[in-house]
Structure formats: C-alpha cells, structure tokens
Design a protein around this ligand. Structure first.
Ligand SMILES: Cc1ncc(COP(=O)(O)O)c(C=O)c1O
Length: 430
C-alpha cells in the first residue's frame, strides 16, 4: 500500500515541531476552521454524554430527520431513510468509494484524501484538470474522453467527484459547469459524489449555488458535515444523502464493520445543529464573513508579491502560483525554511509536480486562543486586530523577500561570508 500520513496532518505535525523548537512559523497548512464551538452546541453535546449505546449504524432518527430538513430547505427534498451519518464525511467518502467499487474521476487538483483513499482500496483515480479559472470540478470538455479511454483499457469507471466550493482552490464551480457535468455523468452512467462540506461557507451569501443533485437527482450523492461551518472537526460527524437503498445497504455494511456508528452525544448535538436554530445560523454567517475577509486579505498579499491566484469564493483556502520555482515542493520548502511560512505543495492535491502552486489555508490566522478567535468573529475589521495584522505582516514581508530576490549561493572566499550563505539580489517582482 503506497500511502503515507495524510499530507495535511503531516505538515501540521512538522509545523508544531518547528514551533516547539522556537521557530516563528505562520501556519497556513491546515484546513481546520480555527474557531471555537458555539456554547449551545457544547451544551447539547454534554447533556447527551450519558448516551453510551452504540445506536443505529445509519445514525439516530433524530439526526437523520434534522439532516433531511437541512437539505430540503436547500431545495433538495430528502428522505431521512436515505441519510447516513458517520464519524466525519471523510469516513463516509471512504465507505462510499468502497461501496461503489470501480475507478473514480477526480478534479485535478483536489482535496488530498480522495486519491489517497482510492489508493488504499485499490481504486484508481482518473485525474482530470479543472477548467481554467475554476476549481473543484473536472473539465467537462475532458471528462468523456478520459472515461472512454479508461473503459477502452478495460477499466470500470463508476463515479465522478466534485467539491463545491473547493479545497484547495477556494473556487466555486459555475452553475453551467455543474450542469454540463451532471448531464455528462448521466450519459456516461457515472454516480456523482458531490462533496458540499463548504457549501454554507460560500463567501457571498447570495451567490448562485448549483448542486448536481438538482440536475441529476437520480445519481448524485451529497456529503457534508459540521467540521467547517461550525468548526467541530474534532467531534467527527459527517452526513451523506444517498439516492437508493441498494447503495445505502452496502454503505451500512462497510460502516458496521469499521466505525459502527458516530458518537452518540455528538449525534445529539448535530441533530440540533442541522435544524439550523437562529443562534447557529448567525454563527455560520459570522464565520463565513471572517473566512472571506481573511482569505481575500491573504490573496491580496500574494497578488502584491507577483503570484497569480484566483480570488477565493468559499471556505478558507487559496491556491497561488509563484513562478520561478522548479516544483511545488521547492516553493513549499523555500517558504517554510527561509520565511517561516507553512503551506502545502500542489502535488499533495494531485497537481503536476512541476507546477509551482501551493495550497494556503487561512483559518489558523484568527488567533491562538478562544478569546482571540471570538474577537476575530465579532470585530468590524478583523484585519486590524494586532495578532492578525502581525501575521499578515509576516506573510507580506516573507513573500516580498521570496519573490523580490534572486537567491544565489556564493563562495565564501569571494565574499568573506560562510559557505552556503544565501544572498538576496533584487530582481523585478513577477
Ligand atoms: C473537501 C473536504 N472534504 C471533506 C473533508 C473532511 O471533513 P470531515 O471528515 O471532518 O467531515 C475535508 C476536510 O478537510 C475537506 O476539505
């Protein structure tokens, strides 16, 4: 099995190690929402801490009903019987790949775990580049030929995955692209997995959002959860909206042999969250605003330093390209080792190794403590808070030094400097 520790988790551990060693590191590598749990959600969880039974594999009726309501309010009428809950949508995605069998079309780039999970179970991902300027979807112009080519080689291709909005690019696919993909999936007889975990964090609250489930309801599975919108990644709760009982039975078979059920007290709190009470709707709105403001500010810093980067539209990521580096690994290493800026290389997302692109996560900039993070949520101008301003300053200076200098290694004899010293020489910004 050719799988190593998840790139995000590995980078997180590396950054923590550097920090313990006294290095100042800006943590832009981890996709955690970086906000405190709403007190009412905590109260619901603790009031259910006596629930120690395993419960139903698919999740409690209370939670499945609440989740069905959540999707119905988004124009997707949902049968609670076809909702399956699990310990995070990551686990559900894994179970779905197993239950579906066959190879899967993934956008390139796409979230680290899709291809890694496929690899674990012997499914081969077919990486199809996203259309220019978009992210989270394979280019509809390329999907049919990729699938037909794989099938001509004897491969069984059963599914296509989209992420709306996307991690790593922060982009939300255009409704027209989603429509074309849904129609293609129908023509090619593919099941669509639509990962909508960032749906409620589209920055513009009135942006048009199209789920493939609206266009091809008979073949679209949606996964979601509370890890991002309500910042409870560590609680491990995810949900899936299925379309047929046969796949449900197969998914439940996998679930029953791996995780049994999601934690009962968490299910109770999640049931409350999915009914979308006013206080949580407000919290999600505040979070969405903060994610948008900070992601745009970070994007501006990259643009200023000469990177090319599409404006993020949802979640807390951006995906800049900085020319002048041979690979995303080189760029990532220069950022962390020379400038204390931790990001993830594009290769972790299945991107071409020679493309100097990195995934920048902005949500750990909100503060180190719950007090700071709440202040960031509430501030009229979060960018003016000293700890956020300081991080942006670190980023700006680091990027200016990275892109404003040509790095040359000089001979210490010639300059009287120690060997291997890096001397900056100004060049035009890219
Ligand atoms: C695109 C995407 N999908 C799914 C997940 C998994 O979320 P969880 O397992 O916490 O529900 C993540 C988390 O980083 C993600 O970025």
């Amino acid at each position: 099995m050719n799988v190593t520790l998840s790139a995000t988790l590995a980078a997180n551990e590396d950054i923590e190690r550097r920090r313990r060693a006294g290095q100042r590191v800006l943590h832009l590598a981890f996709g955690e929402a970086g906000l405190p749990v709403h007190p009412e959600l905590r109260r619901r969880m603790s009031e259910a801490s006596g629930n120690n039974g395993y419960g139903q594999v698919a999740g409690s009726a209370e939670l499945r009903e609440a989740v069905a309501g959540y999707w119905s309010r988004r124009g997707l009428p949902t049968d609670a019987d076809l909702v399956v809950c699990g310990p995070g949508s990551k686990a559900l995605l894994f179970g779905l790949m197993l239950a579906l069998g066959g190879d899967i079309v993934l956008p390139m780039p796409s979230w680290v775990s899709y291809a890694a999970q496929a690899e674990i179970i012997g499914v081969r991902p077919i990486m199809v580049p996203a259309p220019p300027g978009e992210g989270g979807v394979p280019d509809p112009d390329l999907v049919a030929s990729a699938v037909l080519h794989a099938r001509a080689q004897g491969r069984t291709v059963t599914a296509l995955l989209v992420t709306l909005p996307d991690n790593p690019t922060g982009r939300l696919a255009r409704p027209e692209t989603v429509r074309r993909l849904a129609e293609l999936a129908r023509n090619l007889d593919l099941t669509i997995i639509s990962d909508e975990i960032y749906r409620d964090l589209v920055h513009d609250p009135v942006a048009e959002y199209t789920s493939p489930a609206e266009i091809a309801p008979e073949r679209t599975i949606i996964t979601s959860g509370l890890s991002k919108s309500l910042a409870v990644g560590g609680w491990r709760i995810g949900v899936a909206r299925l379309v047929d009982h046969d796949l449900r039975d197969r998914l439940l078979a996998v679930a029953s042999e791996i995780w049994s059920s999601a934690a009962a007290p968490v299910q109770h709190a999640a049931a409350y969250a999915f009914t979308e009470p006013d206080e949580l709707v407000r919290r999600v709105a505040e979070s969405r605003r903060l994610h948008g403001i900070v992601a745009r500010a970070v994007t501006d810093r990259f643009v200023k330093a000469g990177a090319s980067v599409a404006q993020p539209q949802g979640g807390f990521y951006l995906y800049p390209e900085i020319p002048g580096f041979e690979s995303s690994a080189d760029l990532t290493a220069a950022l962390i080792e020379e400038h204390g800026i931790g990001v993830l290389p594009g290769t972790a997302f299945g991107d071409l190794p020679g493309a100097p692109r990195v995934r920048v996560a902005t949500s750990l900039l909100y503060g180190e403590t719950s007090e700071q993070r709440i202040a960031a949520l509430r501030a009229d101008d979060p960018l003016a808070l000293p700890w956020i301003a300081e991080s942006l300053d670190h980023l700006e200076k680091g990027l200016a030094a990275l892109t404003g200098t040509r790095r040359i290694r000089v001979d210490h004899a010639a300059f009287g400097a120690p060997a291997n010293v890096i001397v900056g020489v100004s060049t035009p910004a890219w």
